[in-house]
Design a protein around this ligand. Structure first.
Ligand code: IMP
Ligand code: MG
Length: 221
C-alpha cells in the first residue's frame, strides 16, 4: 500500500502536460464572489432584483473565521470540543470553522423548526432532528448561522444544558445588532449585521441563496 497516494499525485501531475504554476493556472475565481455581474450566465444565482448589497464579503468571512478558529483552538486546549451545528443554516460556516480549529473536534447536528412565519421567530421550537451522541461530560460548542431575537438559541441552550455537558458555548457567524433578548449569551460572534434580512453562506430565503459565497441583504418579502 505504501506510496499509493504519492503515486496518484505523480500520475495526476503526469497527466498535465504543463505543471500548474501561476500564469497557467486556470482561472477558477468565482464570479459570485464579487459585485460585478459581468461573467454571469443567464439564470445565474445573482440574477434576482431582490438581492441587495454585500454586507460581508467572502474575503472578510474567511479572515474572521480563521480568527474564530484560532481563538477556539486556544480556549479548548486539552479538551477538544464537540461541535453541534444547527441545520440547515450553519452547515457552510461549520465546515469552514471546523477546518480552522487545530484540535480533534467531533461533529453532530440538530435540526429545529421554529413556529412562526419565515422571517420572524416565535421562540417555540420543535426538534426535527435530534443529536446522535450523548452530551454528558462533553465540551460542547453550538454553531449557529445567525442569532436574531435569540429565542431559538435560548430554547436550545436550555435543552442542551439539561443533558449535562461539561461545558456549553455558542459560536454564531452573525448576530443582529441590538435584537437579542437580555439573557442571550454568545461566547463567539463572527459579525454583527444591521436589521435587514440577510442571505448567503448558508442562510436562505425559501431554501435559496445558501450557496452564495458572501452575505447579502435580501430586499424581497
Ligand atoms: P431568532 O430565534 O429570532 O434568534 O431567529 C434565529 C433563526 O431565524 C436563525 O437561526 C435563522 O434560521 C433564522 N433567521 C433569522 N434572521 C435571518 C435572516 O436574516 N436570514 C435568514 N435566516 C434568518
Ligand atoms: Mg438557524
Amino acid at each position: 500500500m505504501g506510496g499509493g497516494s504519492a503515486a496518484r499525485v505523480a500520475d495526476w501531475r503526469w497527466c498535465h502536460p504543463e505543471p500548474l504554476q501561476s500564469g497557467n493556472v486556470p482561472d477558477t475565481s468565482n464570479p459570485l464572489a464579487n459585485d460585478s455581474n459581468e461573467n454571469q450566465s443567464p439564470g445565474g444565482l445573482l440574477e434576482t432584483p431582490d438581492l441587495g448589497e454585500v454586507l460581508v464579503s467572502a474575503e472578510d468571512l474567511e479572515k474572521r473565521i480563521l480568527e474564530l478558529g484560532q481563538q477556539i483552538t486556544a480556549d479548548y486546549q486539552g479538551r477538544p470540543p464537540l461541535l453541534i451545528g444547527v441545520l440547515k443554516g450553519a452547515f457552510v460556516f461549520m465546515a469552514d470553522l471546523s477546518r480552522a480549529i487545530d484540535l480533534p473536534v467531533e461533529f453532530d447536528f440538530m435540526a429545529v423548526s421554529s413556529y412562526g412565519n419565515s422571517t420572524k421567530s416565535s421562540g417555540i421550537v420543535r426538534i426535527v432532528k435530534d443529536l446522535d451522541v450523548e452530551l454528558a461530560g462533553r465540551d460542547v460548542i453550538l454553531v449557529e448561522d445567525i442569532v436574531d431575537s435569540g429565542l431559538t438559541l435560548n430554547y436550545l441552550r436550555k435543552n442542551l444544558l439539561s443533558r449535562k455537558p461539561a461545558s456549553l458555548a455558542v459560536v454564531t457567524l452573525l448576530a443582529r445588532e441590538g435584537r437579542q433578548a437580555p439573557e442571550t449569551e454568545l461566547e463567539y460572534i463572527g459579525f454583527t449585521v444591521p436589521p435587514v434580512f440577510v442571505v448567503g453562506y448558508g442562510l436562505d430565503v425559501g431554501e435559496r441563496f445558501r450557496n452564495l459565497r458572501e452575505i447579502r441583504a435580501f430586499e424581497g418579502t
